[in-house]
Design a protein around this ligand. Structure first.
Ligand SMILES: Nc1ncnc2c1ncn2[C@@H]1O[C@H](COP(=O)(O)OP(=O)(O)OP(=O)(O)O)[C@@H](O)[C@H]1O
Ligand SMILES: [Mg+2]
Length: 337
C-alpha cells in the first residue's frame, strides 16, 4: 500500500562515556544493536536511559568513545544529519498546529518540496490510522491519538533509527496494548531499527528482540527476552525482569520463578523441597499467588487457582522445585562500589 522506508541501520556504541559535571552517567558503555531490530533499554530511574538516547540522536555530545550508525561514525555528526526519528513520553506536539502541520514540520525543516511532502504526510498519517483527523488540533485528540501523531511525525522523515523514550507511559492499559501491537506491526513492515525505553518489564518482554538491563549507567545483562527471563545473569536482572525467589542451593544463590514452585502433594515428589507457613494469598483470576515464610525467608509460588483451594493462611505447606528450574545467579558487576 505504501513505499517502504529505507531499511533500518545497525547502531554500535563503543566505550561511550558521558558525565554531567561531577555526575558520571555512562562509563565505557558498549553495545551493538542489529539493523532492523527492536531494542529495549530497561532500568531504574536515573540509570542513564534518556542520556543514551540523547547521545545516539546527537542532542548531547560524547565525553569519550564513539557511536556508529550503519557503519558510519556519527560521533561528531549534528542531529539533523543523523536521520533519526524521536518520540517522547509527553507527545511534545505543537499545540497551535493542526495534526497535519505537526507531521509536516520535520519535512519543512528538511526543506522537502511541498509536492513531495504532501503524499508522504498522508502516508504517515495512514500508517498510524489517523486518516480524517488531519485538521484537528492536538487538544481535540485523545492521548492515544496524540501519541500516534507523534509517531507519524517521527516516521514521516523515513528515519533509519527510531528512538522512543517511554512513548506509552501516559496511556491506559488497553490503549497501551493496542499501540504496542501497532508499533510492532509498523516495525515489521518498515524494517526500521527501534531503540525503546520503558519502565514496564512486561512491555519489554512483549516487544523486544534485545533487552538491555541498565543499572547506574552500566549493562547488567543484554539478551533476548527469553534469555533474560530464563537465564538471568545475576540477582539484579532476575528480580528486575519478572518476580523471582532467591534461595541457596549447593551453597550458592539461585533464582526460582514463582511459576516453577510446586505446592503440597505436587511438591513432595520433587528433589528440592522447603517447608513454610502460608503468609499471603492473592487471587489473580487464573492463578493464585501463594507466599510462605520459610527458614530461607518468604517464597512465592504462582499456581493454578483451581488446584490451590487447599491453601489456607497460617497453615504449613511444602514447596518443591526441580534442579533444572533453579537459575544460578552471579553477583551483579555493579554491586561493588
Ligand atoms: N542535563 C543534566 N545535567 C545534570 N545531570 C543530568 C542531566 N541529565 C541527566 N542527568 C543525570 O544523569 C543521570 C541519568 O539521567 P537519565 O535522564 O539518563 O536517566 P533515565 O534512566 O532516563 O531516568 P528516568 O527513568 O527517570 O527517565 C541522572 O542521575 C540524572 O540526574
Ligand atoms: Mg528518562
Amino acid at each position: 500500500m505504501s513505499a517502504p522506508l529505507s531499511p533500518g541501520k545497525a547502531v554500535v556504541l563503543e566505550r561511550v562515556r558521558k558525565s554531567y559535571g561531577p555526575v558520571e552517567v555512562l562509563r565505557d558503555f558498549s553495545l551493538e544493536i542489529t539493523a532492523g531490530s527492536f531494542c529495549t533499554l530497561l532500568g531504574a530511574s536515573g540509570s542513564g536511559k534518556t542520556t543514551l538516547l540523547k547521545l545516539i540522536a546527537g542532542f548531547e555530545t560524547l565525553d569519550g568513545g564513539a557511536i556508529q550508525i550503519g557503519g558510519r561514525d556519527v560521533s561528531h555528526v549534528p542531529v539533523n544529519r543523523r536521520n533519526i526519528g524521536m518520540v517522547f513520553q509527553n507527545y511534545a506536539l505543537f499545540p497551535h498546529m493542526s495534526v497535519r502541520d505537526n507531521v509536516a514540520f520535520g519535512l519543512e525543516m528538511r526543506r522537502v518540496p511541498k509536492a513531495e511532502a504532501a503524499p508522504r504526510i498522508t502516508e504517515a498519517l495512514a500508517m498510524v490510522g489517523l486518516e480524517g483527523l488531519e485538521r484537528r488540533a492536538p487538544r481535540e485528540l485523545s492521548g492515544g491519538q496524540q501519541q500516534r501523531v507523534a509517531l507519524a511525525r517521527a516516521l514521516v522523515i523515513r528515519p533509519d533509527i527510531l528512538l522512543m523514550d517511554e512513548p506509552l507511559g501516559a496511556l491506559d492499559k488497553t490503549l497501551r496494548a493496542s499501540l504496542q501491537r501497532q508499533i510492532k506491526q509498523l516495525q515489521a513492515r518498515l524494517g526500521v531499527t527501534i531503540i525503546f525505553v520503558t519502565h514496564d518489564q512486561e512491555e519489554a518482554l512483549h516487544m523486544s528482540d534485545l533487552i538491555v538491563v541498565l543499572e547506574k549507567g552500566r549493562i547488567e545483562q543484554a539478551g533476548t527476552p527469553q534469555e533474560l527471563y530464563r537465564r538471568p545473569a545475576n540477582r539484579f536482572v532476575a528480580s528486575f525482569l519478572g518476580e523471582c525467589n532467591i534461595l541457596t542451593l549447593d551453597g550458592t544463590p539461585h533464582g526460582i520463578r514463582p511459576e516453577k514452585l510446586r505446592l503440597g502433594a505436587m511438591a513432595s515428589t520433587l528433589p528440592h523441597r522447603r517447608e513454610g507457613v502460608v503468609s499471603e494469598l492473592t487471587f489473580l483470576g487464573p492463578h493464585l499467588r501463594v507466599t510462605a515464610d520459610t527458614a530461607e525467608g518468604p517464597l512465592t509460588a504462582l499456581t493454578d487457582a483451581d488446584h490451590a483451594t487447599a491453601c489456607r493462611l497460617g497453615e504449613r505447606i511444602l514447596l518443591g522445585f526441580s534442579g533444572e528450574d533453579a537459575m544460578p545467579l552471579a553477583d551483579s558487576p555493579n554491586a561493588t562500589p
